[in-house]
Design a protein around this ligand. Structure first.
Ligand code: ZN
Length: 56
């Protein structure tokens, strides 16, 4: 049993992923974000470190 099996959500596509196997990670403003792919990470940065379609 792993103690680090918590799933996280890719803020771009909403996919549930394991942080240990995330394709990309970004640290921003004290928070670490995990992504299923580099493309999602690139989109996150392009959106100004927010999830897609979440403009306020
Ligand atoms: Zn994704």
């Amino acid at each position: 049993m792993s103690m680090t099996s918590e799933k996280v959500t890719d803020p771009i596509c909403g996919m549930s992923i394991d942080p240990a196997t995330a394709a990309a990670t970004i640290e921003h403003d004290g928070t670490t974000y995990y992504f299923c792919s580099q493309g999602c990470a690139d989109t996150f940065v392009a959106n100004g470190y927010t999830g897609a379609h979440q403009a306020k």
